[in-house]
Design a protein around this ligand. Structure first.
Ligand SMILES: Nc1ncnc2c1ncn2[C@@H]1O[C@H](COP(=O)(O)OP(=O)(O)O)[C@@H](O)[C@H]1O
Ligand SMILES: [Mg+2]
Length: 257
């Protein structure tokens, strides 16, 4: 009768092996955007630097924990509730030892298996995976587990060559291991509108990369301020160009999820 069984939860990886491009900034804002829309969101901090855990815990009170490590030790997902609808699997530097350990190929499937088990009993609408700035165990585990990949990028001189490596690895995972992985597109972040380099790189991207640009966020001091307060930019600096660009860009991403 035309009834379609929808996929229960969407798993989205936010990745780029370059640091400081806005992975954590994007994950934080996408999570809040979806929670404000009434969805249930699970966020997994896959970066041993624990930046996302730190900013999210500003809201709920900081406690030391590294729940992400449990995923790689026992395929178990435990979380803390940050606010209604928002759950965090937090990380800290103790996660780093898994990156160096020789767990073999089995390690790359632990996140996928842990999520499958978890989602069978906990109906989340979205799972967001904030990746570290490397193409190691944690980013690859995210590609193995995710259905969608978002790539934040700063329009800078070296960002395009790195992008080629990232896309190649994601395509390899897609072909060999996870055919459901969809490279959704790029998010251009911290754009300096007035510089010629910024404009040239955007033109170069449009010429050389065939994946779509889903959102564009201007550089703004409000980004840092929001992260420091643990609140989204549209709360800290309502009506500013960055707040407006976030609303517009995140709406576009959400409509394509
Ligand atoms: N649009 C922006 N304008 C200015 N600063 C930004 C912007 N987006 C992010 N930042 C800042 O840049 C730094 C790096 O961002 P972050 O999200 O931590 O990058 P990544 O997770 O990719 O390493 C952070 O201090 C963040 O607050
Ligand atoms: Mg980060």
């Amino acid at each position: 009768l035309g009834l379609k069984i929808e996929q229960m939860s969407k798993v989205i990886a936010v990745a780029n092996q370059k640091g400081g491009v806005g992975k954590t900034f994007l994950t934080f804002h996408l999570a809040h955007f979806l929670v404000e829309k009434g969805f249930r969101v699970l966020v997994i901090d896959l970066d041993p630097q624990g930046n996302l855990s730190l900013v999210l815990k500003l809201l709920s009170g900081w406690r030391p924990s590294c729940q992400t490590a449990e995923i790689f030790s026992s395929e178990n997902i435990s979380f803390e509730e940050i606010q209604a609808g928002l759950r965090l699997v937090s990380s800290d530097i103790t996660l780093a030892r898994y990156e160096a350990s020789s767990g073999g190929v089995n390690f790359y499937f632990k996140l996928r298996r842990a999520l499958k088990k978890y989602l069978a009993r906990e109906p989340e609408d979205f799972v967001l995976l904030d990746c570290p700035p490397s193409l190691g165990l944690f980013s690859l585990s995210a590609f193995v587990a995710a259905e969608s990949l978002l790539i934040p990028l700063k329009p800078e001189i070296f960002s395009i060559s790195g992008l080629g490596d990232l896309l190649r690895v994601a395509e390899e995972v897609k072909e060999d291991i996870n055919p459901s992985l969809r490279i959704m597109g790029l998010v251009l972040n911290a754009i300096q509108k007035r510089t010629r380099i910024g404009r040239n790189i955007q033109a170069e991207l449009a010429e050389n990369v065939s994946i779509p640009v889903l959102a564009q966020f201007p550089a703004s001091i409000k980004a840092e301020e929001a992260m420091r307060r643990g609140e989204p930019v549209w709360k800290v600096a309502f009506g500013t160009p960055l707040a407006k660009a976030l609303r517009e860009g995140l709406t576009n991403i959400w409509q394509r999820l």
